[in-house]
Design a protein. Structure first.
Lengths: 64, 182, 272, 377, 377, 272, 182, 64
């Protein structure tokens, strides 16, 4: 059975493009697209929640 | 200034003169149904130096709360006597402690002198009631409040434990003054 | 699984005013998780701040919020707590607000051991006014008023709080986001005055001037310079040189102020 | 049942007035000559479950009463000159955040430490103009122990009614002298409490002008959650820089008081009607003035006394009217001309204003005033 | 040799003015919109061996400049509304102890935190009346970058000449706008230093009136030992409660300034002589006013501008004289009527005073003023 | 053999205003002996105080004396010292002046480590205003505003000073008169901010209320509750319970503020 | 208002618009010998939000330092364009970043649009010089200061290391505007 | 040879009668006479200077 992927929601109007989530994601799931963060490689997500915890702007939500 | 009578109690800070003044004023305003205002002046910030307590007693309402021409002055120390006798009126009552006030102010006053502190210490038993001894004497000399009211006022102000002591102090002072004045 | 912050946020106030990468937002999220963990009731909880970027935090929180004057949060809060001891009172603010102009109220709140929790977001600078040095700016650092390097020694906020009598003192960082809520929760549960210092970042007014290429570098520094107290116990002085301890640094049980005052009331009523 | 009477000091009476008004919180820092207010309340407040706290300084004291008031208490602080100067920033906070509270400031010699035990009336200008920015001001200046009690009650009423800080400013003489006071029975004097919201917590806004210039104020912890700030704010209490809103709010904060001067201003006219010379005085100085006026009348001089009980708002209307009928004003005051200046400012040159100024720690005596009356009559 | 010219901000110019005047000590606490003054001096002062210190709060800042001044430095602090309120107690100290110092207060929206980045002119009343007790007040209100430089120099001169604190109060617009400034050469502008004692240390008294109303002031560490206090003091600087001495000293402290208004008061009259309507304005508002007056003249209306450069002492004499010739005054100001009130107070009802008040963080524009001129002409 | 105090006193100012038995006079004498021992030059020494009975001390001393506002001594003194670093600056004041309203200036002077000596005369009360409790009044004690017993915890002044960064902290008592001058002298010689707390007595406003029959009893208590640090080292916790340590409690070498600022000036001149 | 010309540079905080305004004003007042005043408005306390920098240039003395009717407006963001275009005068110059300002304000303006930020990033090489690119363009479009003076002013304000970069930015902006305006 | 006695000077106008010198003199040399301190038994003086050191009022001087 294939593993269930989390959903990662990025609220663009909150994101201020600080790069924090991108840089500190242990598995490089995220990337910057222009001024905002975006999901690049959802498969790699290990649901560690670091991105959500560290986002200063309430802009990223990870749901398993 | 209908029947306006002005008293000043003066001496050193800590001698309880403010209390003496307050009791005198209470005797008048609470027990004799007259008008009375008591006020005082302090040294630098809240303590020390020569201190005075003034009482104005009147049948009518009292506007100006401070002394204008003093009718009766108590002086427990030389410093106080020198500093506060200037506006004692011609013929006014001047009560002084004969041990501590050696040179009296010039002017014709009705001077009464006896060893007030000493009396408190040796005859009444405790130096701290010298202010009440003095009060008794002032009541006797001025007659501006009744002896009964004054005594009531004293007893209303002092702690239970010291009622007799203060009663004794008051009466001793009253008698001494009567005698001294003869 | 995703934590629902909205439950505690005032609707429609986001995005907040803080700059990209400002650590204050990370701290606010930690505070929210802590409040949730402690099950504090919104109506019964006051959040009080002074003036500064950090002090803008209460405006976003759906509680009884009081944005006071610069440095005065602890004194306003003391009035709130004394008037309504049953309320939970949480103070938030910056290093400047709390340790510069607010220093006196801070040490006296510590002394009284009044049951409130104070979260100091220490970004080592006066952010809101554009980056003048604060009492927590490291010696030698650059600020708009120390172009030749800061001659002032910095406070050790925790040491100051302990010296003044606080009964719970902890330190975390914006990098160690997972720990923020745990430290704050423990502080809230502590009966007495509790202080939680969060080492924070201000990329806009501190980072640039001090040669940090990005907020990422600032975050990494927070990781590098800190050591958890537990870990520190096993390290020798050499290894600890220049390190800053994190975790619960001090904890002591002492009667709290409003409980003591309740006894005054009893005595007074007895005296009647 | 006979009324309770007592022979007490002005400051004690102020403390009892506060209790009568329902004061349940005192935050202060000791300073001569106001300490007795704090001392009495430190004894009396806990007896009724109230709170007394001695803060680390005057700024902390002012902050604490604002906090306590927002938590629903009627809150008081007492101080004197130097302390009042220190409180100024937060007095402004109470004005803009519209937090009811009362400040008793016993006037001693200034500026700075000045003459801590000497009487003075030199804080009346900083009572209105001390804090920066535009703001309302209400300042009461009682002249007797009884009136100090009653004006303290009124101070709380005005603070609650208009959601603004109110100052009671006895001079040191009124604060420290002892007189007979008759305690009003409970209910005898009006006691006002701030209006509470009638809307639901969801609909509540702390500065909701649909309820008039003085919006209802809920208490923290009462089920109403709201935001309070010292920044210019909107109806919901949140900061704004919207020009129109800011202008409107700033104007309302001042209008609350300016539009209600008749409700706030209190004064006493004594033989003013036919007077050629009117003495305008307040506090203990007004007692000397009354004495002097009586003397003058005995000597056939038509003198009168206009006694200020509210210093701010200043009774401009009334005095302007009087200025058209009198030969001269005499303004004795224990400062270098504060009331004199304000009075000149509102009589449009209709009548000369002759000041008598003392700043030497001595009261102005009746003779000084009488002489001046004779001189200018 | 050509003069140094630069294009700079008002606050920078103020800092350079201070340096020109010989300022060697700055003690401050940052606050918008005055921070640039501190920032520039933190860079420039040490270059010339001067001292810059950022204190823990505004009270400490004010204290530090008084201390530094007593040690012989020309000392400056800069702040804005909330900070000014906090400094009030110690401003009074500088007044009574007669310590020269300069306070630059950039006016932002108040009260309390108000509108930190919005322009305002609402601190002019607390500049004079903020601290408790009777005291002198000198307040300068420049309207351009060049003038902010020059008035800062003059502020130090007046402080040194009269041994009293002096305030410079640009509004946020003047403080933050950039203009071309021509630096005066050294010696071009007068620079005054406090008079030094001519007597021996043994004979020296810090308040020795035999040398006039402004006694010489020695510096700590210069061989003269003396005592300084915030209590009422005698000639030798020690505290006294002697009525006569206190009265005399208090009066002298105020007289120093009151008796020298002609030396201190500075203003500009622009087309006032034949004017029917005179606009009385200061700071950036006076620039809008000049614009409006020019427009009015173009439209054949006899308008004029009386520009205050010194707000305190207020040019009462001059304006009273003008009030007898004009139809009306117009007073545009970024507050709710402070200058308006003061002006009314001194024109004895000779001419109506029409205020234009803005407290919304927006400047008063020429059109508003022009419209009012037309309305009242 | 008798020490000549008059050399350092202003002629004609005695008797001083302090009450009979007030310890402030004992401290003033110790200060004079210390100044003599350190050979400080009168013209080059400033003595700065706040407001309070203790703060009246400078008026009697024949130096450059500055009686400031309540609580502000440290801030005024900082201005004096910065303007003239070559001057010796000594601060004196009471516990209320220094730790209540003056608390912020106190901790920041400690933090800066500015080379001044601060003598705090701790009589546990606001003496001058008639005996309201201070932040140094013991919990439970009686004062004019704590008739039901003081609910406030007291500061440990030395601990506070150390927490704030002072580099020399000592404690003596009015009873141990011989040590006062030694402690103050060592403090003056220390380069940096030095704090000397003298446990003092106020018979007038504290003694009576707290059941001391006389100043003698107050003096004896100072003897009984204190233990010299040296002696304490040899005592076990039991014996030390409720004891207060005296002597030099903390000493550390750190660059002092005006020296550091001198370097700023060098750097700035270099930068020109 | 003899020859009074009003310019407004608007965008987001941190885009260097204040500097752009300052340089424009310096070009006029220091190098072209005209009168100039520059002013700005901030967000809450010292930071954030949409920001504007205004420059008034005139032959005569400038009394009112703020804009009355704007002759030329630069808008680097949509928010700024919406907020600050209200008082742009009929026929006034409106320079916008074509990537970021999608909907233009109504009114007949002389609109010039090109990807300013992008030009800075890709053609000049560094995004941070977008303000100088914009400045160059404003100089070209308004002609209120000479190209030489403006260039001098730019070089006088920027750090040594970046002289060429800024020169390039300025000239690129100037040329682009000329072209765009055609 | 008889031992040289110290001179103990008490300045009455400075003495406030606090009793400190009297109580803490190890050899009971001093006594209160009315409100001021006085020398009772000079012979006993051991010149320890405690009285002088502890007098808060500069009222007592001991010279060997
Ligand atoms: C009485 C007063 N003084 C100064 C200021 C200016 N001011 C506002 S915020 C601030 C410092 C903020 O720094 P911090 O508390 O560290 O918060 P941050 O902005 O760094 O988060 C200052 C000095 C003020 N608003 N009020
Ligand atoms: C701003 C201000 N607040 C309050 C006071 C009143 N005040 C004068 S001295 C003092 C306390 C003195 O206590 P402390 O410093 O311990 O000195 P002590 O009198 O006990 O020696 C107070 C509260 C004041 N003078 N100024
Ligand atoms: S949850 Fe962890 S792994 Fe997944 S995106 Fe976030 S940081 Fe990366
Ligand atoms: S951390 Fe948040 S704000 Fe920063 S880039 Fe990621 S989503 Fe955007
Ligand atoms: S200036 Fe600094 S502290 Fe303020 S919001 Fe920006 S990053 Fe945060
Ligand atoms: S009141 Fe206390 S501190 Fe003040 S002088 Fe008297 S004994 Fe000393
Ligand atoms: S010197 Fe010693 S022995 Fe002699 S009197 Fe003094 S205390 Fe007593
Ligand atoms: S110690 Fe001094 S003041 Fe006290 S009794 Fe002895 S001599 Fe007098
Ligand atoms: Mg900070
Ligand atoms: Mg004390």
């Amino acid at each position: 059975m294939e593993k269930k992927l989390p959903t990662i929601e990025i609220i663009e109007k909150y994101c201020k493009g600080c790069h924090i989530c991108v840089e500190f994601c242990p598995t490089k799931v995220l990337e910057m697209q222009g001024f905002v963060a975006a999901v690049k490689n959802l498969e790699a997500c290990i649901k560690c929640m670091q991105c959500e915890l560290r986002c200063p702007d309430f802009a990223i939500k990870v749901t398993a | 200034m209908s029947g306006r009578y002005e008293l000043r109690f003066s001496g050193a800070g800590g001698q309880g003169l403010i209390l003496a003044g307050v009791i005198m004023a209470e005797a008048a305003s609470i027990y004799d149904g007259k008008q009375a205002v008591q006020s005082q002046s302090y040294g630098p910030e809240a303590r020390g130096g020569a201190s005075k307590s003034e009482v104005i007693i009147s049948d009518g309402s009292i506007d100006y709360p401070k002394a204008t021409v003093v009718d009766a002055l108590l002086a427990l120390t030389q410093e106080a006597c020198d500093k506060y006798s200037h506006d004692l009126k011609e013929g006014g009552v001047l009560l002084i402690d004969s041990d501590l006030v050696k040179n009296q102010p010039k002017g014709n006053f009705n001077v009464v002198a006896f060893p007030i502190i000493n009396t408190a210490k040796n005859e009444v038993g405790r130096e701290i009631v010298a202010n009440i001894v003095a009060l008794g004497a002032m009541v006797a000399l001025t007659g501006v409040v009744s002896r009964e009211s004054a005594e009531k006022a004293v007893l209303a102000r002092v702690p239970e434990a010291f009622l007799d002591l203060n009663k004794k102090a008051f009466n001793t002072g009253f008698e001494k003054a009567m005698a001294a004045k003869k | 699984m995703a934590f629902d912050y909205d439950k505690y946020l005032r609707p429609g106030k986001l995005p907040h005013i803080w700059c990209p990468g400002c650590g204050h937002g990370i701290v606010m999220k930690g505070l929210i998780r802590a409040i949730d963990a402690c099950g504090l009731e919104k109506n019964n909880t006051a959040i009080v701040s002074g003036i500064g970027c950090a002090s803008r935090l209460p405006g976003y929180m759906d509680f009884c919020t009081l944005h006071t004057a610069h440095g005065r949060a602890a004194a306003f809060a003391t009035g709130v707590k004394m008037a309504k001891p049953e309320m939970n009172v949480i103070l938030v603010g910056g290093d400047g607000d709390g340790t510069a102009i607010g220093g006196n109220h801070f040490i006296h709140a510590c002394r009284r051991n009044i049951d409130m929790t104070y979260i100091i977001m220490n970004n080592n600078i006066y952010g809101m006014t554009g980056g003048q040095f604060s009492p927590c700016t490291p010696t030698g650092a650059k600020a708009s008023t120390t172009v030749y390097g800061n001659p002032d020694p910095a406070f050790d906020v925790a040491k100051l709080a302990i010296g003044a009598g606080a009964t719970f003192v902890a330190r975390g960082t914006a990098y160690h986001a997972t720990q923020i809520d745990k430290l704050i929760a423990e502080a809230i549960q502590h009966k007495g005055f509790s202080v939680v210092e969060i080492l924070d970042d201000c990329p806009t007014t501190y980072g640039r001037r001090n040669k940090f290429k990005s907020v990422i570098e600032m975050m990494n520094r927070l990781k590098e310079v800190t050591v958890p107290v537990k870990a520190a116990e096993k390290m020798d002085p050499e290894q600890l040189k220049g390190k800053i301890l994190t975790g619960v640094l001090f904890k002591e049980e002492r009667p709290d102020y409003t409980s003591e005052y309740a006894k005054v009331i009893e005595r007074a009523k007895g005296a009647k | 049942m006979a009324k309770k009477v007592a022979f007490m000091q002005g400051n004690e009476a102020a403390a009892h007035g506060a209790l009568y008004a329902g004061c349940s919180f005192f935050g202060g820092y000791p300073i001569t000559p106001s300490t007795e207010v704090a001392e009495v309340l430190s004894v009396e407040l806990p007896k009724v479950g109230g709170k007394f706290i001695q803060m680390e300084d005057e700024i902390g004291a002012m902050a604490s009463i604002i906090g306590a008031s927002l938590a629903g208490s009627k809150a008081l602080t007492s101080t004197s000159g130097p302390g009042l100067s220190l409180k100024q920033e937060l007095i402004g906070y109470a004005c803009i955040a519209e937090v009811p509270c009362v400040i008793i400031n016993v006037m001693r010699g200034g500026p700075s430490t000045g003459m801590p035990t000497g009487p003075s009336q030199s804080d009346v200008m900083c009572a209105k103009w001390g804090t920066h920015g535009d703001h309302p001001a209400i300042t009461l200046v009682p002249a007797s122990v009884q009136e100090l009690f009653e004006e303290t009650v009124r101070a709380f009423n005005l603070a609650e009614k208009y959601r603004t800080p109110v100052m009671v400013m006895p001079d040191e003489i009124v604060a420290h002298m002892r007189e007979r006071i008759v305690f009003p029975d409970p209910g005898e004097l009006e006691v006002v409490n701030r209006t509470q919201p009638t809307v639901s917590p969801e609909q509540y806004k702390p500065y909701d002008t649909q309820f008039g210039d003085v919006p209802p104020l809920a208490a923290f912890g009462s089920g109403y959650r709201f935001h309070v700030t010292g920044l210019n704010k909107m109806a919901d209490g949140f900061p704004t820089t919207k020009a129109a809103v800011v202008q409107a709010e700033e104007e309302r904060q001042v209008r609350k008081v300016e539009a209600n001067v008749d409700d706030i201003v209190k004064f006493e006219e004594y033989m003013v009607d036919d007077a050629d010379v009117v003495v305008v005085a307040f506090g203990s100085t007004s007692r000397s003035a009354r004495f002097a006026v009586n003397e003058a009348r005995k000597q056939g001089i038509k003198a009168g006394l206009f006694r200020l009980i509210t210093f701010w708002p200043f009774p401009e209307k009334q005095l302007l009217a009087i200025s058209k009928k009198v030969k001269a004003f005499v303004t004795p005051e224990m400062n270098l001309g504060m009331c004199t200046g304000v009075l000149k400012g509102c009589v449009e040159g209709n009548a000369p204003v002759h000041g008598i100024f003392r700043v030497d720690g001595e009261p102005i005596n009746p003779t000084q005033i009488l002489d001046k009356i004779k001189e200018v009559k």
